[in-house]
Design a protein around this ligand. Structure first.
Ligand code: SF4
Length: 727
């Protein structure tokens, strides 16, 4: 007898390196009754993380937004009490919402120019379609400002590419073979959980785990050695390690000669980075710097798992660049299980031109590519841009000139919570003359400022295709259930809007399957023509759900060793210790340590002497999941807490459990003090949370700045100085 249940292959689209294959069981009525990790996907290994294991509670949450909403007349924009948001909005039909939005966008474009419309999105979904496809077509054709999507990974990504040309890494499955794993700014146990079994296997075979992180994460707590480095000093440590490695002749000369460029100049540069000097910056002892360098350079295979937190400092690009050079110096890439990983995303050669259609910009009323607006400078964009174009605020880079922003279209993101300099962001979003549309699954900090709120699907409710930044599988995410209520996907929304705007190009009528075929660049023989995907046909994906990239099809017979075959995609074709690209731009072509402008070494530390880590939770995904009671309970120990070193607390007469005020010139937040002797002295930590769930209507981004990173113009969440007093 046929089973009354269907099992559908989907992919978790949350912003996580693991991109799990998720099997969804659906009953006869069409309701999903179970989610589980796919046991046949070698990296997912049949399990899901704590965030997603109970995902049906989220999909079927009574708090889901299920139909389009329009702000009621006379209701001012601003924070709304959780659970009472409906009082500010009235239900409208999709037709009414889409007609009104299209009309208003047309009017704004006519009056102020199309660049006065700003899309704002990031990785609320990382599926190829959901992240950027029909939305890009729509905004390109409209001539809207282009969003410079740098908030998360651009500093590290560009830094990596300066060294290696392309983001590749040691296959996650091969970490099990390492004899030393260095988790540098990487909380593997907390948010890269499918790598953790590989770490455990390696440790059972005698590997050591070293964690370099200012915060004692779950991973640090169980490591063989936790190095609680001061925030923003990672570049100094990496350069100090190079100093020791070269001084003791532990480098791999044969590898350096064959695969790298600029070694002699790097060797000259690191001569100054003595363990004593590095110790002063990092808070380690000179002996610890030497021990780390020796252990790293003399253990084979040694793998460094880097993650993006460490590049969210003013010098974060350089830090990542310096760390990325270490395996090239020791030849660690030659050994299976050695090398390292920041991201594997460079391996997925999607046909983005077909998916995103940047050529449509020429068909817009602008007739050219629109200006770029950096998403890390949203406060500036909403308050200053086009009003006073002379200077960005507070040391941020000057943004391109053009009109003020009069329409903000938010999807896949919650900028009112996650963007830096929250006071400026909220002030801008509260503007009466700003037309704001938010496509969302739940009422967030951002929907409180919307004119229209549109219901969005979860990954169970739409079709997508996905790569990963933590493994090498192409995966198809099939729609498992009908959308709840009137929720609709990004693709549907922007196709509808495009048609209402009168965009006649046929691409605005493409179905999700057609866009997937375009992303795969399916050729005449029915297979992808993308590099590394030539063996993949759409039908294979439909049948199998997940297929490894070409070089990862036979990991046992032909293991993938990145950066062991030239030429690489850098200007020299080699791994670049010395970057001619940076030199041509008038920048330092070699890595160097410069203390962040907001750090214990800066002038500002006289007034605000503590370095703030606005850290991420193990059980939230940035701000996603923070509204769910089950997830909040898992985070209860540190919810609304300010973690402070006992010495810093004592000098301020602060005791465990005291209500304290954390502040700087940008903002202020009240939290409960929690003494934490594992933090470096002079560092305080508080979690990113939803502002509306806090009595002050604020979160740690009150305190962060819009300064940008040295490479990649990314966010500098971890370069923020504060002071703390009893509230
Ligand atoms: S959040 Fe990450 S680990 Fe959790 S299910 Fe999604 S992809 Fe897997």
């Amino acid at each position: 007898m046929a089973s009354p249940f269907r099992v559908v292959h989907t992919v978790c689209s949350h912003d996580c390196p693991d991109s799990c294959a998720v099997l969804v069981t659906v009953d006869e009525s069409g309701r999903a009754i179970k989610v589980a990790g796919d046991p046949s996907q070698p990296f997912t290994q049949g399990f899901l993380c704590g965030k997603v294991a109970k995902y049906l509670d989220r999909v079927y949450s009574p708090d889901r937004i299920l139909y389009p909403l329009k702000r009621k007349a006379g209701i001012a924009k601003g924070a709304l009490v959780k659970g009472r948001e409906h009082e500010a909005f009235e239900r409208v039909s999709w037709d009414e919402a889409l007609d009104a939005i299209a009309l208003r966008l047309k009017a704004i474009a006519e009056q102020y120019g199309s660049e006065s419309i700003l899309p704002y999105s990031y990785a609320g979904t990382i599926g190829v379609l959901g992240f950027g496809s029909m939305d890009r077509r729509f905004f390109h054709r409209l001539g809207a400002s282009r969003l410079d999507r740098t908030i998360c990974s651009e500093a590290g990504g560009q830094a990596w590419n300066l060294v290696y040309g392309k983001k590749l890494g040691t296959p996650a499955e091969d970490f099990r073979l390492a004899k030393l794993i260095v988790a540098w700014g990487a909380n593997i146990h907390g948010n890269n959980v499918h790598l953790w079994p590989m770490v455990e296997k390696a440790r059972r075979n005698g590997a050591r785990l070293i964690v370099i992180d200012p915060y004692r994460t779950r991973t640090a707590a169980v490591a063989d050695w936790h190095i609680a480095i001061r925030p923003g000093t990672d570049a100094a440590l990496a350069l100090g390690m190079m100093h020791v490695i070269l001084r003791e002749e532990l480098e791999d000369r044969a590898y350096i000669d064959e695969f790298t460029h600029g070694f002699e100049r790097l060797a000259e540069r690191v001569r100054d980075y003595t363990p004593c000097r590095v110790a002063e910056w990092t808070g380690l002892t000179p002996a610890e710097v030497e021990q780390l360098a020796r252990e790293y350079a003399t253990t084979r295979p040694a793998a460094i798992r880097m993650n993006y937190g460490l590049q969210r400092c003013e010098n974060g690009g350089t830090a990542m660049r310096a760390i990325a050079m270490l395996p090239a110096l020791t030849g660690a890439w030659k050994h299976r299980g050695g090398g390292g990983a920041l991201s594997t995303s460079g391996a997925f050669a999607w046909n983005k031109r077909a998916v995103e259609r940047p050529d449509l910009q020429i068909a817009s009323t602008l007739g050219r590519p629109a200006r770029l607006v950096n998403m890390c400078e949203l406060g500036h964009a909403l308050n200053e841009l086009g009003r006073d174009t002379e200077q960005g605020n507070e040391g941020t880079r000057e943004q391109s000139a053009g009109p003020a922003v009069h329409a903000l279209f938010v999807y896949n993101s919650n900028p009112a919570a996650v963007a830096p300099n929250q006071n400026a962001v909220l002030r801008g979003m509260a503007r009466d003359d700003l037309f704001t549309v938010v496509h969302e699954q739940f009422f967030t900090d951002t929907t409180d400022y919307a004119d229209f709120v549109l219901p969005a699907t979860t990954f169970l409710e739409h079709t997508d295709i996905q790569g990963a930044y933590g493994h090498y599988f192409v995966q198809l995410s099939k729609q498992a259930i009908e959308p709840l209520g009137e929720a609709r996907s990004n693709v549907w929304l922007f196709a509808q809007l495009g048609q209402r705007m009168g965009f006649s190009e046929s691409c605005f009528r493409d179905t999700p399957e057609e866009i997937i075929r375009q992303a795969l660049a399916i050729g005449e023989d029915g297979h992808s023509t993308n590099a590394g995907m030539e063996h993949i046909a759409f039908e294979d994906l439909e049948r199998e759900g997940h297929i490894p990239l070409a070089f990862h099809r036979d990991p046992e017979g032909q293991p993938f060793l990145p950066y062991t075959h030239g030429p690489l995609a850098t200007p020299s074709g080699k791994i670049e210790f010395y970057s001619e690209t940076l030199a041509a731009a008038g920048l330092d072509p070699l890595p160097a340590f410069t203390p962040p402008a907001e750090s214990r070494w800066s002038e500002g530390a006289k007034r605000f002497p503590l370095e703030l880590l606005g850290r991420k939770s193990d059980n939230f995904m940035n701000s996603t999941f923070a509204n769910l009671e089950g997830h909040r309970k898992m985070e209860a120990r540190t919810n609304r807490r300010l973690e402070i070193h006992p010495l810093d607390a004592e000098s301020r007469e602060i005791r465990e459990g005291d209500l304290v005020r954390v502040f700087n010139d940008r903002g202020s937040l009240r939290l409960t003090a929690m003494l934490n002797p594992n933090l470096p002295a002079g560092v305080v930590a508080a979690k990113l949370d939803w502002a509306k769930l806090h009595p002050d209507g604020a979160n740690v981004n009150q305190l962060t700045s819009e300064r940008l990173t040295d490479i990649g113009a990314g966010a500098t969440f971890y370069s923020a100085l504060v002071e703390v007093t009893k509230a």
